[in-house]
Design a protein around this ligand. Structure first.
Ligand code: ZN
Length: 151
């Protein structure tokens, strides 16, 4: 068993207590809603694009610590990136938290605070909490109207 303190690391706690980019983005040109019935997490992701680049990304959420922290970390990680770059990061993150990619093979400097969420792979029931915002981000970028659900 991994101790709970390993899951709720300092970085995660910090993002949970003070989520970054936590606001409604009035002039968003893309938005999507996601929900994870397994845990009860609900969130909305707002994106503003300019010339294929994410110039602004925010979220609002009603969920557990992991889903909120993951969304907060995500907004910081994708802001300023090209859409192709974002799609790549979404895949990297999903592989990281599902344990499909060797965490040691990923450069922590490249991931920044995202690396803090890799211990989620030790808690299979929390993986969907961590990936919810990322699925929702993809849905927003792809302009899907249907709410995203992890089920
Ligand atoms: Zn959750």
């Amino acid at each position: 068993m991994v101790d709970a303190t390993d899951l709720y690391q300092e970085i995660i706690m910090d993002h949970t207590k003070s989520p970054r980019n936590y606001e409604h983005l009035a002039d968003a040109d893309h938005e999507a809603q996601g929900d994870n019935p397994l845990c009860g997490d609900e969130l909305t992701v707002y994106i503003k694009l300019d010339d294929g680049k994410v110039t602004d990304v925010t979220f609002e959420a009603d969920g557990c610590a992991i889903s909120t922290a993951s969304a907060s970390v995500m907004t910081e990680a994708v802001e300023g990136r090209d859409i192709d770059d974002v799609e790549e990061l979404v895949e990297t993150f999903k592989n990281l938290v599902t344990g499909e990619e060797d965490a040691n093979a990923i450069d922590p400097a490249e991931l920044g605070d995202l690396a803090a969420l890799r211990n989620v792979q030790n808690f299979p029931t929390r993986v969907k909490c961590a990936t919810l915002s990322w699925h929702t981000l993809q849905a927003a970028l792809n302009g899907r109207d249907e709410p995203v659900t992890t089920e």
